[in-house]
Design a protein around this ligand. Structure first.
Ligand code: ATP
Ligand code: MG
Length: 600
């Protein structure tokens, strides 16, 4: 391709809202332009790399037996009502109506559509397992799109969905996907960190996320210094840092006056003690709770309802007290999983005060009768603790779990932090920030059950298949490649995803230099190498600057001095020095280099 014939509007200026390198470089290299907040247009150079990422993903999906299909992006709202997500997705779901006033959804993901296709077309165990996928546009009405295509509103995702007659079959595909993802990211030149992820309250049984380390990442990840343990903080657990007491509590519980002392810090100062000796009590509101609460304090008055005809009964809203050691924080993802709730959040202050009968800061588990108490496992070891006294300016001291109060449930609810002990080996955990590029997930029966998928097994018995889902964001992957491969001058593309593999710069596009550059281009293109020939009548300095910015893996400079000795200069974008190579040998040399890159 000749530079003069394509459309690569490079910029010297950096767009004001571009704070991360990939965002700046995609604009400056002429790959991308902004249409509106969270909406972008890929220009020719950007689209070439985009398609390469797609193609790598496609090849690896096909290699493990995935079958590509192409549903629409606009899909019937009825499918989303059937799964319950028409309401559950909230404001991020873009709902539209057609001229007949029928509801539609602009797909943010496609469990419903794929499951509906499988429901209609699969009837026998002989058709299973089945893995279908698409590489297609998604829309999510993100509150705050940012960092260019890293978090856009419209983006492209590869999403795959697999259907299985049993757990073992699901496990096999899930493992194969995990391996395929590792190959995909390696081929894209990305160092990914696979971590254990939360698999949700709704029956998921396993989940792994593929992260890249990033200062702007919105995921906190925990890694063990000793073993291979790696987990999203949403999922991370740790070894107990407490020992269950062997003897009975010694001192009697005591009520003390704590005038105007509310926060743990104030209490620590007031009682000259450490936050570890407190039991913090937080009142939570949970939505769509699937557990049975009929035997809990206040639970007998709650009513279960079916959000839709074929869904399990849930309590639309319920309140809980969560007791946790004073130096720790509650992991709300873990709490939602324990409660089998769709959502949990701290109760509004007024609600919390009504349920505890105490002003904020004086809640405690001793004598709390209106709502169930859920204790973090740390609390079960506490035999001489301080808690709120359920009245203004009152606390209890010498509180013992089991003697002075118990809990309806105990569970691991803490947010694990750097310095905590690895749950596998006891090694020290440390933290990194990460950005999620991909996610694989054993969904189980949530959608197949909910959307009534049935097939006949070997014995002619009607069964529900189990399901997995697997996503990768193309835009975010592309931006992450640039994050990992750039310098001050521009992008440094890995050959596998570069828009072109070779940039040929004739110092002047005329005479012998033109002839040599044209010949080189033709020979390389003949061998299947993608070449960008800078035939513009620009000063060499401008061409070199643009070349570094665009960042093609290999640059060949055709200058009259070297040409006199029948040589050209070859410089890999990531090397400091260039090398003189004979004009005659240059094509083969480049072909060999690029083939070697692509084998990696
Ligand atoms: P996030 O937590 O970053 O919002 P998610 O967990 O909602 O992501 P999934 O539903 O797991 O994302 O989607 C699969 C993949 O789609 C993500 O791993 C990511 O690569 C991509 N993706 C999700 N949201 C966006 C977005 N707003 N812009 C670009 N890519 C996205
Ligand atoms: Mg995810």
């Amino acid at each position: 391709m000749r530079f003069s014939q394509t459309f690569i509007p490079t910029l010297r200026e950096v767009p004001a809202d571009a704070v991360i390198p990939s965002h700046r470089l995609m604009f400056r290299a002429g790959m991308l332009r902004k249409l509106a907040n969270g909406l972008f247009a890929y220009l020719p150079l950007g689209l070439r790399s985009f398609r390469k990422v797609e193609q790598i993903i496609r090849e690896e999906m096909d290699a493990i037996g995935g079958l590509e299909i192409k549903p629409t992006v606009i899909v019937p709202g009825d499918l989303w009502k059937e799964s319950g997500r028409w309401d559950a997705m909230g404001e991020s779901l873009l709902r539209v109506k057609n001229r007949l006033d029928a509801d539609f959804v602009v797909s943010p993901t496609a469990e419903e559509v794929f499951t509906a296709i499988v429901r209609d077309e699969v009837s026998s165990y002989r058709q299973l397992p089945l893995t279908l996928y698409q590489i297609n546009t998604k829309y999510r009405d993100e509150i705050r799109p940012r960092y260019g295509v890293m978090r856009g509103r419209e983006f492209v995702m590869k999403d795959a969905y697999s259907y299985h007659p049993n757990e073992a079959s699901l496990e096999e595909t899930y493992q194969a996907m995990g391996q395929a993802y590792r190959r995909i990211f390696k081929r894209c030149g990305l160092s990914v960190l696979p971590v254990r992820a939360d698999s949700g309250a709704m029956g998921g049984t396993g989940s792994e996320e593929f992260m890249v380390e990033s200062d702007i990442g919105d995921n906190t990840l925990l890694f063990c210094k000793t073993c291979e343990y790696a987990a999203n903080v949403e999922k991370a657990s740790c070894q107990p840092d407490f020992t269950l007491p062997s003897a009975e509590a010694k001192k009697n519980i005591e009520k003390i006056d704590t005038p105007s002392v509310k926060t743990i810090n104030e209490l620590c100062a007031f009682l000259k003690t450490d936050a570890k000796n407190f039991i913090k009590t937080l009142i939570y509101k949970a939505l769509n709770v699937e557990l049975d609460l009929s035997e809990t304090p206040g639970g007998e008055k709650l009513e279960k309802r079916k959000p839709r005809a074929d869904a399990p009964e849930v309590y639309p809203e319920a309140f809980f007290a969560v007791a946790i050691r004073g130096d720790l924080d509650v992991n709300e993802v873990k709490l939602a999983a324990v409660l089998k709730a769709s959502e949990v959040a701290l109760a509004p202050d007024a609600e919390a005060e009504r349920l505890t009968g105490a002003p904020l800061g004086f809640a405690g588990p001793v004598g709390l009768t209106k709502i169930p108490v859920i204790a973090d496992t740390t609390v079960t070891a506490m035999q001489d603790a301080i808690t709120g006294g359920l009245a203004r300016d009152v606390h209890y001291t010498h509180v013992a779990y089991g003697r002075d109060f118990t809990s309806w449930r105990t569970a691991d609810l803490r947010i694990v932090r750097a310095g905590d002990r690895c749950p596998q080996c006891g090694g020290e955990l440390y933290e990194k920030k990460g950005n999620e590029l991909g996610h694989i997930f054993k969904l189980g029966y949530k959608y197949t059950q909910g959307m009534q998928v049935r097939y006949l097994d070997e014995n002619g018995k009607s069964q529900v298949p189990t399901m997995g889902c697997y996503g990768i964001g193309i835009d975010r992957t592309l931006a992450s490649i640039i994050e990992e491969h750039h310098d001050d001058a521009g992008i440094i593309w890995p050959s596998s995803v570069a828009p072109y593999q070779v940039l040929i710069i004739p110092v002047k596009y005329e005479g012998e230099m033109q002839a040599a550059a044209d010949k080189l281009t033709a020979e390389l293109e003949h061998a299947g190498i993608e070449v960008l020939l800078d035939d513009r009548p620009e000063r060499p300095g401008v061409k070199f600057k643009d070349g570094d910015l665009i960042g093609l893996p290999y640059r060949v400079v055709v200058g009259d001095k070297n040409l006199a000795g029948n040589c050209v200069e070859i410089k890999p974008r990531n090397a400091k020095e260039n090398r003189l190579v004979s004009l005659h040998e240059a094509p083969q040399e480049l072909i060999t280099l690029i083939r070697k890159d692509l084998l990696n």
